[in-house]
Ligand binder design. Structure first.
Ligand SMILES: [Fe+2]
Ligand SMILES: [Fe+2]
Length: 412
């Protein structure tokens, strides 16, 4: 800002040289290393047949890992469970990234109303373009797998709007879904004209990315440590490239949510209240423990019909009764999978707490992650037992599936 010319604001981002430098460096390095072209090339070259007999992730990142289904699966079924983890995990990431693209733009609009925010907005433009490349890569692989293995959608879905429920497997009924959609739309309007809330969005984005980083770092290691990277399965390469792009996104979330925010006037009570409501919403979204995809916080009962279809498919060949019994054993009894999923949840709670610790406007419930911390293995099992009884009473969720045909041949 030129000191002799009148401005509408008393503070400027230009006064915070350290943050400006870090923002510029993050943007420059992300631009230099941008993995979008590599992701586009990888997804264009993907043929399921080329890597259908291989693991795509470290073994413990497999669908229903540590449950009776995993323990009793054949080797070829274990490979498929490992690949289905990839498909399910990134189906969720697609949903989150569709919303991210939109909020990057509305929040950039909110911040661009102030002087000196060009570099922040340019960073967000680059990130949005990268998210579109990420989504495309996840979608190409996942849809090909589901078409070839199941002939129908399992975890994937047709392209959806930014205001659809972010968690693709959740416990919302139609009323709650409509209410959450209204809240998202209201937030988009307010954040596009309120710099504090625009900045605060990046605190929520940072929390979500933090959870992503925990898992995506591990997923990226499959390719990073692969003995023959040129011939490593393409999905593992996609995990690796994606993780590298997302590291920059996480940096920018931290910088905007923790540092840039200090160049804005202190929030009013109303703004602080809305900011805290956003974080509390994130806590509620991340309340459930999931053993299906350890690392996501899906509401597992919403997956019973999906797992049923997987079990009845020719890849697994379960009868109706055996599929239901397997779902009961996996989801309503104590398993190693549950122990590990609860650990992941507890790690997320601790890292979210550390992430919020220095933010003044954040209230006690959010600083303590009090909502998420109430989630326990015990209430997970109780919820699932009630839901499983309801699942059995609703034939439309399991009666219409086709008879299984012979199981897939073992990999050569
Ligand atoms: Fe992404
Ligand atoms: Fe991202």
């Amino acid at each position: 800002m030129h000191p002799q010319l009148a401005q509408r604001q008393t503070k400027s981002l230009l006064d915070d040289e350290r943050t400006l430098k870090r923002l510029a460096m993050n943007q420059r390095r992300n631009k230099e290393q941008d993995h979008s072209p590599k992701l586009d090339a990888a997804s264009a070259a993907f043929k399921y047949a080329d890597c259908k007999n291989e693991f795509w992730n470290p073994e413990r990142f497999s669908l229903l890992y540590g449950t009776p289904l995993w323990n009793e699966a054949t080797q070829s079924q274990k490979v498929l469970l490992n690949q289905l983890y990839w498909v399910g995990y990134y189906a969720q990431i697609i949903s989150a990234e569709i919303a991210t693209i939109f909020f990057n733009q509305t929040c950039a609009a909110g911040l661009y109303a102030l002087e000196d925010f060009r570099s922040v907005c340019d960073t967000l433009d680059l990130e949005s373009a990268q998210e579109r490349a990420h989504i495309n890569a996840f979608k190409v692989v996942s849809e090909q797998v589901e078409a070839e293995v199941f002939g129908e959608r399992i975890f994937t879905y047709p392209m959806r709007a930014w205001h659809a429920e972010t968690m693709i497997f959740n416990d919302s009924g139609p009323f709650r879904r409509a209410w959450k959609r209204f809240l998202l739309q209201a937030f988009s309007l307010v954040s596009s004209s309120n710099p504090f809330l625009a900045c605060q969005y990046f605190t929520v984005r940072g929390l979500r990315t933090l959870k992503g980083k925990m898992v995506q770092h591990e997923l990226s290691q499959y390719y990073a440590t692969h003995a023959d990277q040129e011939h490593a399965p393409i999905p593992s390469k996609i995990s690796y490239f994606h993780f590298l792009d997302e590291s920059f996104h996480f940096n920018s979330s931290c910088l905007i949510g923790h540092d840039v925010i200090n160049s804005l006037p202190k929030p009013t009570r109303f703004e602080a209240m809305l900011g805290n409501a956003g974080i509390a919403g994130c806590q509620k979204d991340h309340f459930p423990i999931s053993i299906a995809v350890n690392g996501l916080f899906w509401h597992d009962p919403a997956l019973f019909p999906v797992v049923y279809r997987v079990l009845r498919s020719r890849a697994f060949g379960f009868s109706d009764a055996d599929a239901k019994e397997m779902i009961r054993r996996c989801f309503t009894e104590e398993t190693q999978g549950l122990v590990e999923a609860a650990k992941t949840h507890a790690t997320a709670v601790d890292s979210y707490k550390a992430y919020l610790a220095n933010l003044e406007y954040v209230n006690r419930t959010n600083k303590d992650m009090a909502i998420m911390a109430r989630s326990t293995s015990q209430n997970y099992l109780e919820t699932n037992r009630r839901a499983f009884a309801r699942f059995l009473r609703r034939p439309e969720l399991h009666a219409a599936s086709p008879q299984p045909v012979a199981a897939l041949p073992a990999p050569a």
